[in-house]
Design a protein. Structure first.
Length: 277
């Protein structure tokens, strides 16, 4: 019986793919991808020559019937732009249609930004709620946040770079300026950044952001972790200075490790750079 394979693919680092995923992608007669340009980069990296067709949100409706017809004859591997297909992704429509048609569906587990961000956040991970992409319209976004304000467990959301500051401001205003949050940017990529602090600090920090964002928000009643004491931060600054790391890179890493705002770390760095007077 032909099978629809849901293949998890890297969320950033192209090495984060399983041997089973590579085998399925090489053996399948056809692969459907949300973004064929990104899929080609992955395929070239790993020597995969399987034919590709596009399956994205704008044309998903018409593609479902075509892919179901293919699935009556042979296997199809479905991949998303990054991570697990069908999770906050147009692949959900194809999966549901395949199940309704009695077509076998099999998951090839792989990377996902959701557990990756939760693990990195330092916030409680025994129970969390994934709410997908926050609504585009500010009013809808605020209403959703208001409905979640009393949730006691960790919240996880995706957000785009051009809307993330507005989202962070709403989180601070509705869930509380001191609500702890981890803002995860470009996970597993070269310029990965994880900011841990309060919602207000995050809103001030990400004024003109770039990249892909996953927000991990502490539940109601969760207190923000105490930032490292200034004298300990100063010692860390001195360690980085002696190591010869570039100032911008060092300041960013120290801010990430200590939970201190980047501007405060920068001021400490400048003070150390000036030396005794």
């Amino acid at each position: 019986m032909p099978t629809l394979y849901l293949v998890g693919t890297p969320i950033g680092n192209l090495e984060d793919i399983t041997l089973r995923a590579l085998r399925i992608l090489k053996e399948a007669p056809l692969a459907a991808a949300e973004d064929t340009r990104r899929a080609k980069v992955l395929f070239q990296r790993h020597g995969i020559s399987t034919p590709l067709v596009s399956y994205h949100e704008q044309g998903a409706g018409g593609k479902v019937a075509q892919l179901l017809e293919r699935l009556r004859r042979h296997d199809v591997a479905l991949i998303t732009e990054a991570g697990m297909p069908s999770i906050s992704d147009p692949g959900f429509g194809l999966v549901r249609a395949a199940i309704e048609q009695g077509i076998r569906v099999e998951v090839i587990p792989g990377p996902s930004a959701v557990p990756t961000a939760v693990a990195l956040s330092g916030l409680p991970s025994d129970r969390f709620t994934f709410i997908g992409f926050l609504p585009r319209a500010p009013g809808e976004r605020r209403r959703l946040l208001e409905s979640l304000a009393r949730q006691p467990w960790t919240l996880v959301a995706f957000e785009s770079p051009h809307r993330v500051q507005g989202a962070l401001k709403d989180i601070a205003a509705i869930l509380g300026a001191e609500r702890p949050i981890a803002v995860c940017r470009e996970l597993t990529k070269l310029h990965e950044e994880v900011f841990r602090g309060t919602a207000q600090e995050a809103a001030e920090r990400f004024a003109a952001p770039k990249g892909e964002f996953t927000l991990v928000i502490g539940g109601a009643g969760e207190s923000a972790p105490a930032a490292m004491a200034e004298q300990d931060v100063a010692r860390l600054v001195e360690q980085f200075r002696r190591s010869g790391v570039a100032p911008n890179e060092a300041v960013g890493e120290i801010a990430r490790q200590t939970g201190r705002p980047r501007r405060e770390v920068y001021q400490l760095w400048i003070g150390k750079a000036k030396g005794p007077r």
